[in-house]
Design a protein around this ligand. Structure first.
Ligand code: ADP
Length: 540
């Protein structure tokens, strides 16, 4: 017998209509190119986004056509997040930190028709303009100045359009968004999000059991809107009608601290390097840190060091550790303590919080060894994390059915090596290609990095495998010291610091001090580049 319920599609239309009807007075704030802060309301957003949808239709966008954005986080990008899918197009966010040749490859592969680009990013666009074929380029005035050049100004594009928009019929499985993986593991591949996946993911993200946000929160996604939908936070803000605050192009810690204080931000999200930088500035400005007491900071994209979680607690702010990837829309796990864990000893609680956490409802997980067998949930045995669920990709764009990233029984292979403990908490031990294979055993680069970052003199530390004549590979660390410790802390001292925490054979053969660690377009350590820098290092 079938249930007697309406067959109602899960689409962005419902989320969008709700904010327009129920929360038109709530503000959206955006840092502009001249550092001023632009304010408008969801009422303005609602009207302008419908104009954008009309303009895109007039420009010839048909069901499934890809419309690309090359933009920072601000209200214009939020309008594109909804305007493009409402016009039946596919929102294709371009990662502005990629090499121009890669951006061109991605645009051509996706066959984008229209590009909406921030005026401040036009110089980047010029670097690949002759390599792509676009029907139209629309320029968003982040400087506040009308675009007078060869392209169409965004305000002129939407200006003449009606504020009424007639919604087409959507199927919840229609594509709404698209994002290419950053190519950390090979050529970028396109992930195609459906309306249904985004809606369900937004529910998952908004659950009290995960980030616990409400309409009263002021949400500031610092994680870029140009990669994996800023973890879906802009969609969530609109769904629940919470104020959103966007940083524009200014992501340095001073600018963020200032923005958070001015706009009374209560919830933010970003990669660990961002929050490590912010921490240093907050510790130097206790009066400002006091004004941000109560702030919750979601962290993902790379492991949140336990020392950082502790340091924010001291300031009265809470780090929430999460894991995900482009192919998982991205939320997969969140580390929240269970009710009966509150009385555990402090150290134990931090151990759990530093793990990547529990799978969120509707994301199923398993860890599998080399022979394809599931490993036990004992917190020790390592295996590859595999996932499935309604917001996990089933295939890559134009590569349908031809990738080895899916198992025969329909699970997605993350290529992350994990342990899962008895309570179900997942810990990312490494990426398959970054794990250090020493004498037939595996050493987790991530654990060594986290331990090093727990030393008071260390800002950042990355550990990579260096070839070794006897052991095949050995760990070598590159470390950035805080300014005041440079020249004062020695390699030996850091090795002594690690000794009590690891088996002897885990300790890095060398610890090398550097000014800076190369990072990928999404703010992660670029291990490939570090290995390249160390290629002449001889170990014995
Ligand atoms: P790419 O690194 O190729 O750009 P994504 O942006 O999709 O890909 O990043 C996903 C990857 O980032 C995951 O597979 C995992 O290795 C890493 N990652 C994400 N969150 C965490 C976390 N909390 N801890 C450790 N690693 C993480």
């Amino acid at each position: 017998m079938k249930g007697l319920m309406m067959d109602y599609p899960l689409t962005l239309v419902t989320i969008f209509e709700r904010v327009g009807k129920l929360f038109p007075k709530v503000e959206v704030a955006s840092r502009m190119a001249d550092r001023s802060i632009h304010h408008y309301t969801y009422g303005d957003f609602y009207r302008r986004t419908k104009k954008l949808a009309n303009a895109l239709k007039r420009a010839g966008i048909k069901k499934g056509d890809r419309v690309a954005t090359l933009m920072w986080n601000h209200y214009g990008h939020l309008e594109a997040y909804f305007g493009i899918p409402l016009a039946e197009g596919v929102l294709h966010t371009l990662n502005l930190r990629l090499h121009p040749d890669d951006i061109a490859y991605i645009i051509n592969h996706a066959e984008d028709k229209i590009l909406i680009v921030d005026d401040v990013l036009l110089p980047l666009y010029q670097q690949f303009a002759d390599k792509v074929k676009l029907e139209k380029v629309v320029v968003f005035p982040l400087t506040g100045k009308k675009h007078e050049g060869p392209f169409i100004d965004y305000e002129d594009f939407i200006g003449p359009e009606s504020e009424e928009y007639e919604y087409p019929q959507f199927d919840e499985n229609d594509a709404a968004g698209m994002c290419y993986t950053s190519g950390t593991t090979g050529r970028p591949k396109g992930v195609l999000y459906s309306h249904r996946a985004i809606v369900l993911h937004t529910f998952g993200l908004g659950l009290g059991a995960n980030f616990g946000v409400t309409q009263k929160d002021v949400m500031s996604p610092i994680v870029p809107m140009f990669h994996v939908n800023a973890w879906g936070i802009p969609f969530l803000g609109v769904m629940i009608g919470a104020k959103q605050v966007f940083p524009g192009p200014y992501l340095d810690p001073e600018s963020l601290m200032d923005l958070f204080i001015k706009e009374k931000v209560t919830f933010t999200a970003g990669v660990p390097t961002l929050w490590l930088g912010l921490l240093q500035v907050l510790e130097k400005n206790p009066d400002k840190a006091e004004q941000l007491r109560g702030l919750r900071l979601a962290v993902g994209g790379a492991a949140a060091p336990e020392a950082m979680i502790r340091a924010y607690d001291k300031l009265g702010m809470t780090i929430i550790h999460a894991w995900g990837m482009t192919e998982t829309t991205p939320l997969g796990t969140v580390s929240i303590l269970k009710s009966y864990m509150e009385d555990l000893p402090e150290d134990k609680k931090y151990e759990y919080r530093a793990k990547q956490g529990l799978p969120v409802p509707f994301v199923e997980v398993r860890a599998v060894d080399d022979s394809g067998k599931e490993v036990p949930w004992d917190g020790k045995t390592m295996g590859e994390l595999q996932v499935r669920g309604p917001w996990i990709a089933a295939s890559y764009f134009k590569l349908e059915g031809s990738s080895d990233k899916w198992t025969e029984d329909g699970w997605f292979r993350t290529e992350d090596v994990v342990t899962i403990d008895e309570e179900g908490y997942i810990k990312i031990v490494d990426r398959i290609k970054d794990v250090i294979k020493s004498g037939g055993e595996w050493i987790s680069s991530v654990e060594l990095e986290n331990a090093l970052m727990g030393h008071p003199a260390v800002v950042e530390a990355a550990v990579v495998a260096v070839p070794h004549p006897k052991w095949q590979e050995r760990p070598v660390a590159v470390v950035v010291l805080k300014e005041e410790y440079r020249g004062k802390v020695t390699e030996e001292e850091l090795k002594e610091f690690l000794k009590p925490k690891f088996a002897k054979w885990w300790l890095p053969d060398r610890i090398i001090f550097v000014e800076e660690i190369p990072k990928t377009s999404t703010g992660k350590f670029m291990k490939r580049a570090i290995r390249e820098q160390l290629k002449d290092l001889k170990l014995d």
